[in-house]
Design a protein around this ligand. Sequence first.
Ligand SMILES: [Fe+2]
Length: 247
Amino acid sequence: MLSWFKKKKKKEIHPVDFAEIGLDMHSHLIPSIDDGAKDLQTSIELINALQNHGFKKIITTPHIMTDFYNNSIETIRSGLKTVKEEILKQSIDIKIEAAAEYFVDYDFQQKVLGGEKFLTLGDNYILIEFSFLTAPHNYLETIFQLQLKGYKVILAHAERYPYLSESDLEDFINRGVYLQLNVLSSIGYYSNNVRERANWLIDNNMISFLGTDCHNLNQTKLYDKCKIEPMLSVLLNSGKLLNDQLM
Ligand SMILES: [Fe+2]
């Protein structure tokens, strides 16, 4: 009897195929403009790795974070151009675009109020991230201002903020914020607490986007391990993922 149960449980776990998602919407692949790919060769190696894992299209999202990664639409577009030329030269069959991962701080909030134009994914989605240490001042107001300006707000790696409670995350959903989950959170790459939070978010149908948040080659070597994590299989079968809206 016990062995029957064991067999049944094992059968329920289907390895995830990233080709089913098709599109990776969070990564750091533009050379030497943030803490991702350090040079063009690494960019290409990362892109090849993502393609081998099944992705057909990538929207890469360099950090824009005053004081650390002072990027702009221009630095990102120029880096993307270099990467695209190399992809063409090497005949790599993958689509690549760029948006950004906006760090919510005072400077960003000023830009929102000033009506600055932001880089977006698909139909006006903007990817934002918070500090991992403390909640940004007035973040709900910032999100509201972005929404008033017509942006659809995605919170990057929603499972990774230790100061956000489950009810804070439910509040985001009620306010029309889309939550993104990192592939690596499924194996406890960041911490066990993050893994548990990821599981809770998936169980409650709260995740709209899955992204690799790929920064380096070591991370790409762990995706096979992620693919056999039941929580990712549950997420892919949830019918909630909107990655294909960005194709
Ligand atoms: Fe990121």
